[in-house]
Design a protein around this ligand. Sequence first.
Ligand code: HEC
Length: 158
Amino acid sequence: MKSIKLIILTSFGLLAALACSEKKENKENEEVHSTSLSTLSQKETQYYSNGRKLYKTICSNCHMENGAGLGRLIPPLAKSDYLINNRGDLARVLKYGINGPMTVNGINYNQPMPANPNFTDLEIAEILTYIGNTWGNEMGGFSIEEVVKDLAKASAND
Ligand code: HEC
């Protein structure tokens, strides 16, 4: 009798978990489609959604899920003038980190951002496509070719 109860309880638990994960999946798709992404190609939309997952795991601790940053310590990515004005440097910022004073939307920041040396060119393109096209940012897609070109250009300037 006890074990039957247990089985019933367990299957309820499983059902609840399944229902929840399905909901979450739907919500994710909704969000992808509700952002003003109509200008992105199908491939770029795929980059955006992969980039979103990477962002949540790797970047949101510091820059926050909504891209607002954190006080005077971490600059915002949402509507960041730095992002728009330094498009060609972003691949390098993500891969090698950045250090020293910088001004974002009129506020001075000066904390190190860690490097992510293991990022692939694809992952960088995905994250940039995400942060460049969410929170009201409208930078269009980033291709692997653009990332490769920007990484090469930056290291040649060192
Ligand atoms: C440990 C905290 C931390 C993490 C994790 C982090 N950053 Fe940063 N990021 C910073 C700080 C601090 C700066 C400002 C650096 C400076 O002052 O020189 C910065 C600056 C930036 C900038 C340029 C300034 C701006 O706001 O537009 C971009 C773009 C950026 N980060 C993107 C990312 C992305 C994408 C990720 C994930 C791959 C990430 N960061 C992960 C702390 C972090």
